[in-house]
Design a protein around this ligand. Structure first.
Ligand code: FE
Ligand code: FE
Length: 279
């Protein structure tokens, strides 16, 4: 992470994510790839167009081009488990699209550049997640429809309440936003974990792999948010409770110093309140 980033140059790094890239699964996929190959001999007829589609979308989805896609039979498609699996995909597609609307608002409301960047990065990741689910629908020969996810609507609403209930520019705002975002991540982790397991059960191994990629990214985002909260924001938020008259005196006395800090430390992406915590 470039430590010289600040609010004004966030957009220049849009292609970077704060979350570490999930690659551990990539190296462990050979056995499931072979298994998928063995189980999908009947899929080669429809693979030509799909391989081309995969190649076109590889950057968006992270899908291994060599993976074979197995389409379920019509009998399997009519089964209750498959129907439930499709409903789950529609639910999470709705959730991801809903988050594309919510994340910019959370980014705008956040106090620190660190959290703003985390939300900005996760917005880009969420776009990728939408692409992956749409690809899954395509591999299944289904339309990428959405089904309203009441849970994510409620969790996002809670996040909006957090913004209303906390002071603009406070560290308490960020502490609250992190918890709101982690509630979202935990919903996604439960959804993707369950759907990936169901895909495996349905012998849709390549689809399970795609869902696992997203699952890993959601888990990494959750860990990143924990790290941001516990490394400084929660401590700095505690300072919100201790600010008062003495804090005002501090501000007056250190006005000149603040100017110095603005020039010197904005590049280190610390807000004035965070700097107060560190100094
Ligand atoms: Fe997501
Ligand atoms: Fe997420």
């Amino acid at each position: 992470m470039d430590t010289n980033k600040n609010k004004t140059n966030n957009t220049s790094d849009k292609d970077k994510t704060s979350t570490p890239k999930g690659t551990s699964k990539d190296t462990n996929q050979n056995s499931s790839n072979e298994s998928a190959t063995q189980n999908s001999n009947n899929s080669t007829q429809n693979s030509s167009q799909e391989n081309q589609d995969k190649s076109n979308q590889e950057d968006d989805t992270g899908m291994d081009e060599k993976k074979n896609s197995q389409k379920p039979s019509e009998t399997e498609k009519g089964g209750p488990l498959f129907t439930f699996f499709i409903a789950g995909l529609k639910d999470i597609l709705y959730a991801e699209k809903h988050l594309l609307e919510a994340l910019p608002k959370m980014q705008k409301a956040a106090t620190t550049n660190e959290l703003q960047e985390a939300f900005e990065d996760h917005y880009l990741l969420t776009q990728k997640h939408v692409s992956r689910i749409e690809k899954v629908f395509k591999m299944l020969g289904e339309e990428p429809e959405t089904k309203k996810c009441e849970a994510i609507v409620g969790i996002v609403k809670e996040g909006e309440n957090t913004i209303k209930e906390t002071e603009d520019g406070s560290m308490t705002r960020d502490a609250g936003l992190i918890i709101a975002a982690q509630k979202v991540e935990h919903y996604e982790i439960a959804s993707y974990g369950g759907l990936a397991a169901l895909a495996e059960t349905l012998e849709l191994y390549d689809i399970s792999e795609l869902l696992h990629k997203t699952l890993e990214e959601e888990e990494q985002t959750d860990e990143l948010l924990t790290m941001i909260a516990e490394s400084n924001i929660n401590f700095a938020a505690k300072e919100d409770d201790q600010e008062g008259e003495s804090d005002q005196e501090y501000d007056d006395e250190n006005e000149e110093d603040e100017d110095f800090y603005d020039e010197e430390y904005d590049e280190n992406r610390y807000s004035s309140q965070q700097r107060r915590f560190f100094y």
